[in-house]
Design a protein around this ligand. Sequence first.
Ligand SMILES: CC(C)(COP(=O)(O)OP(=O)(O)OC[C@H]1O[C@@H](n2cnc3c(N)ncnc32)[C@H](O)[C@@H]1OP(=O)(O)O)[C@@H](O)C(=O)NCCC(=O)NCCS
Length: 156
Amino acid sequence: MTPFPPNPPPVSLRAFRPSDVPFVASIVAEALHEHYDPSLYASLSTEWPDGFLVAADPHEVPIGFLLGVSQVEREARVLMFAVERHHRTLGVGTLLMDAFLERCRLRAFQRVTLEVRVSNATAIRFYTRYRFSVIDLLRAYYSDGENGYQMAVELR
Ligand SMILES: CC(C)(COP(=O)(O)OP(=O)(O)OC[C@H]1O[C@@H](n2cnc3c(N)ncnc32)[C@H](O)[C@@H]1OP(=O)(O)O)[C@@H](O)C(=O)NCCC(=O)NCCS
């Protein structure tokens, strides 16, 4: 997808590093209201390191990330995706999703799936822009009882 000129943020994309854990965990707490054991991030990154993308500021501090896994043959799943609050709507999420989908295509994946809260209109609009569509309603999917949508996009 096209970046947003003329002032793209000074952000670099790179692979996840173990030293990113505190920053990633803080983004997860604020953006996704979840608290995971810190060891989860490193363990999820081992199977497909390229699927864990970090957007870092000029000081190398993570300001957003996308953690994708591949648990089904020829398919990727976005497990977590968030940009730090003060850096949203600047194109960072688009940078991350563009790079992730490119990596999925390089691996010849046919489909990408994800789950999203039904109330998360911002994320649903973002995913719809990438042609993700709702394929299932997941009742009481989240720990607070909220329903989720499963969304998917076919890659070609
Ligand atoms: C969803 C999320 C990751 C998107 O990240 P982001 O960095 O804000 O994404 P972008 O800036 O690339 O795009 C966001 C919107 O801003 C617009 N935008 C981006 N840069 C812009 C610019 N320079 N000028 C004008 N509009 C711009 C995009 O068109 C996009 O619009 P859309 O949502 O209608 O498609 C972010 O909102 C987030 O972290 N939300 C909380 C966590 C969350 O809900 N995660 C998903 C869970 S499933």
